[in-house]
Ligand binder design. Structure first.
Ligand code: SF4
Length: 337
């Protein structure tokens, strides 16, 4: 084991994150956790992980579920392509790997939604296979330690080479968690070099460059609130790709003036009411402003949901998979419980 790995491991034993609910030698559990943790913090993931495991305790249960059931459990965690890929991969595993789970990083990386770093983390955690990872945390540590700049192909190859060189042959599960934790807890955007176990030898140590915060651009969307006195609020299923792919939401348009055409495309006629105050939702790369607009004097109502990806939602129960801000909007503005 090289000195870098030995220092990171020694630090991890006393300062790393232990006792997380997915820290078990089970490939299903580790796979689910790694996918949930992409772009999401540990604190945010824990309750979703626990609910998801209760609903789908093994890969067979996940493969048997419908996409709606999976998305409903994922709703609120964001980046819904992860849930769709997880579901598709579960079906492939059950179909192709009757003898259990893949045991190599290459086989995992061939599944939907599993990149090379996630694949390596799964086999390292579940099977102690010495595979190098390069997730966002490991990348930050290695690029600073080795002074690798840029994000082009050359920089990527250098970082993967460093990741390979440092990954030990033994104790790889602990090392993998250790380098992730070092990036998450010490070598953050604003690094805490004073407590870093590898400060000696780090090319970056002491160069205190505060992170640059760029304002996130804002996008606006207008959503039609179409009430039926008996049946609730009209929801439509979003296209399978893009943000909130496959989830249920209100009919929308980027321009207020285009909203009547969206309503007409659903086979309805109606008049735009007074727009409500917008609600805002922050994504990693942009902010979304959602303005609910009631549609008044709607006709006809009852058959609109027939034969389409549309439904009348009355609230109550877990309901269909909806993005968190849409659920919030329905609860707060429309008093749908
Ligand atoms: S010394 Fe500082 S910059 Fe270098 S790895 Fe440690 S925390 Fe990161």
């Amino acid at each position: 084991m090289d000195e870098f790995a030995a220092k990171v491991l020694a630090w991890y034993r006393s300062h790393g994150r232990h006792g997380l609910p997915w820290q078990v030698r089970d490939p299903y559990v580790r796979w689910l956790a790694e996918v949930m943790l992409q772009q999401t913090t540990v604190t945010a993931v824990i309750p979703y992980f626990q609910r998801f495991m209760a609903a789908f305790p093994n890969v067979q249960a996940l493969a048997r579920a419908s996409q709606d059931e999976v998305l409903a459990q994922w709703a609120g965690l964001g980046y819904y392509a992860r849930a769709r890929h997880l579901h598709a991969a579960a079906r492939l595993i059950v179909e192709r790997h009757a003898d259990g789970f893949p045991r190599t990083a290459e086989a995992w990386a061939a599944l939907p939604g599993v990149g090379p770093s996630t694949a390596a983390a799964i086999v390292a955690f579940a099977f102690e296979v010495p595979a190098p990872i390069l997730d966002a945390n490991a990348r930050r540590v290695l690029s600073r330690y080795h002074a690798v700049t840029g994000r082009d192909g050359r920089a990527q190859r250098k970082l993967w080479a460093h990741a390979r060189d440092h990954t030990p042959a033994l104790d790889v599960a602990a090392y993998t968690q250790a380098i992730m934790d070092l990036g998450a807890l010490v070598c953050r955007k604003a690094p805490d070099c004073a407590v870093c176990p590898i400060a000696q030898g780090c090319a970056f140590e002491g160069k205190d460059t505060p992170p640059v915060r760029r304002p996130r651009p804002e996008r606006a969307v207008f959503m039609a609130v179409i009430h039926d006195p008996d049946r609730g609020v009209l929801l439509v299923r979003r296209p399978p790709h893009g943000i909130w792919g496959g989830l249920w939401s209100l009919p929308e348009s980027a321009e207020l003036t285009s909203l009547p055409a969206v309503v007409a495309a659903l086979g309805l006629a109606g008049r735009l009411g007074t727009a409500c105050a917008p609600i805002r939702h922050a994504f990693t790369h942009f902010r979304l402003s959602i303005t609910p607009v009631p549609i008044e004097q709607v006709s006809p109502r009852h058959d609109v949901a027939k034969g389409r990806d549309a439904m009348w939602y009355k609230g109550g129960g877990p309901g269909p998979g909806m993005p968190a801000p849409i659920r919030r909007l329905l609860t707060d503005y429309l008093e749908v419980p």
